[in-house]
Design a protein around this ligand. Structure first.
Ligand code: AMP
Ligand code: GLY
Length: 425
């Protein structure tokens, strides 16, 4: 079969790599793709993920059998609905279901209504009411812009002054654009974070192996929030007991709640969890694979990804025995220094051939492109996701940090402590 992937980051490279392994896939296309994905797929860099008409036309031109929509913006914007209307099989939630990620106010109301454990909260449309509420609220407190904000619309405020400035930033100065027309103010929780991605077919949910991201730019979880600077999988803190609790109180209830609301969810639900003193609670939902969570999860999946994708679309996930290798993976992101603020691009990336033929090592491209002279150059804040598998987390980490030295580019920056938490397990 012929498959089209919508997206162009490290996550999409990991998805393409899993599809390449499928016995059922003959050809992979990707829009816009990147220079790494181009090694295994035909990419069309001129088409952006929000250019729905062009994507539908491209899918027709290439006569694809299935379209996999990976990023949040086109999912929330309704690309899956448009593809289906044009007669394509599409993987990912439709617009009505993608609101699970698209509106934090929606997801909080859903959790409250269906008793799914999450932080206590209030929703505000009016900045004056939000400011008034803060006067008597307990600090620290968390402010969240309602809509999509590139993972950056969350402010953790230690003092009333910071919180007031945050309301101004989100609701008045519109730092995150229209995402800040509404705002959620929620209780500050503490605990370890874990990400659990799951396949969903509208009724059945199959959780994948767990992972942990490192969202801050600098070592020791300091600095600004980023899309993610590195991941490891599985999380040693996600015990069988916690898993059993989450399946019963969080995962299945979320799927059932969406169905009950007339928003049947098919695709991937990503549960951002915090393991608090009072048990696991939902920090956030995403309606897609995480990036760079996909990089450490998919490379450990034993199933043919196309079988699982079909089962999600056809409502037959209950027939799938989802299995992961009994090992571990670590992904270290090589970024452009200055990310997530300002950074330069266009620097040649060398040493990529060092990954050729190396089993258990992956160089997933996030921001790369061809410069027109056959050279591959940096083209984003996150450039590469260097990933390695090992018998356990320590081995995987040692291998990933060995492989980060195989590639070079100017202004290369990475965190040195991805997976450090493993030592506390
Ligand atoms: P989110 O985009 O909702 O996952 O938030 C980004 C990050 O902010 C999370 O990964 C947490 O580290 C932090 N965060 C979000 N909500 C809370 C909360 N209620 N309490 C403490 N930290 C939070
Ligand atoms: N790595 C976090 C995310 O994809 O949202």
């Amino acid at each position: 079969m012929r498959v089209l992937i919508v997206g162009g980051g490290g996550r999409e490279h990991a998805i393409a790599t899993a599809m390449k392994k499928s016995r059922r896939v003959d050809r992979i296309y990707c829009v816009p793709g990147n220079a790494g994905i181009a090694q295994i797929a035909e990419c069309e860099p001129s088409i952006g993920v929000m250019e729905f008409d062009k994507i539908v036309a491209y899918a027709k031109e290439k006569a694809v059998d299935l379209v996999f929509v990976a990023p949040d913006d086109p999912l929330v914007g309704g690309l899956v609905d448009e593809l289906k209307a044009a007669g394509f099989r599409a993987f990912g939630p439709d617009k009505k279901a993608a609101v699970l990620e698209g509106s934090k106010a929606f997801s909080k109301e859903l959790m409250k209504k269906y008793n799914i454990p999450t932080a206590a909260y209030e929703v505000f449309d009016d900045p004056d009411r939000a400011l008034e509420y803060l006067e008597t609220a307990k600090m620290p407190i968390v402010l969240k812009a309602d809509g999509l904000a590139l993972g950056k619309g969350v402010l953790i405020c230690n003092t009333l002054e910071e919180a007031k400035a945050g309301v101004k930033e989100i609701m008045l100065d519109k730092h995150f654009g229209s995402a800040g027309n509404r705002m959620v103010i929620e209780e500050y929780m503490t605990g370890r974070e874990v990400s659990v991605l799951s396949f969903v077919d509208g009724k059945t949910i199959l959780p994948m192996t767990s992972a942990q991201d490192h969202k801050r730019a600098l070592d020791g979880d300091r600095g600004l929030n980023t899309g993610g600077m590195g991941t490891f999988s599985p999380s040693p803190f996600y015990t069988d007991e916690i898993d059993a609790f989450c399946r019963e109180k969080i995962y299945q209830p979320t799927v059932d709640a969406m169905a009950a609301e007339g928003r049947e969810f098919k695709g991937v639900i990503f549960f951002g969890l915090m393991l608090t003193q009072d048990g696991p609670k939902v920090l956030e939902y995403n309606a897609r694979f995480g990036d760079p969570e996909a990089q450490v999860v998919l490379c450990r999946m034993e199933n043919d990804i196309m079988d699982v994708i079909d089962a999600c679309i056809d409502g037959t996930l209950d027939k799938i025995d989802l299995r992961f290798e009994d090992n571990a993976a670590v992904c270290v992101v090589l970024a452009s220094s200055g990310y997530p603020e300002s950074y330069r691009k266009g620097f040649e990336i060398t040493g990529l051939e060092n990954f050729d033929g190396k089993e258990d090592y992956y160089c997933f491209h996030a921001g790369s492109k061809f410069d027109g002279n056959g050279r591959i150059v940096t083209n984003g804040g996150r450039v590469l996701g260097i990933t390695a598998k090992g018998a356990d987390l320590r081995e995987a980490r040692a291998k990933a940090y060995e492989a980060v030295n195989w590639v070079s580019f100017e202004n290369k920056y990475m965190r040195g402590d991805i997976g450090k938490a493993i030592d506390e397990a």
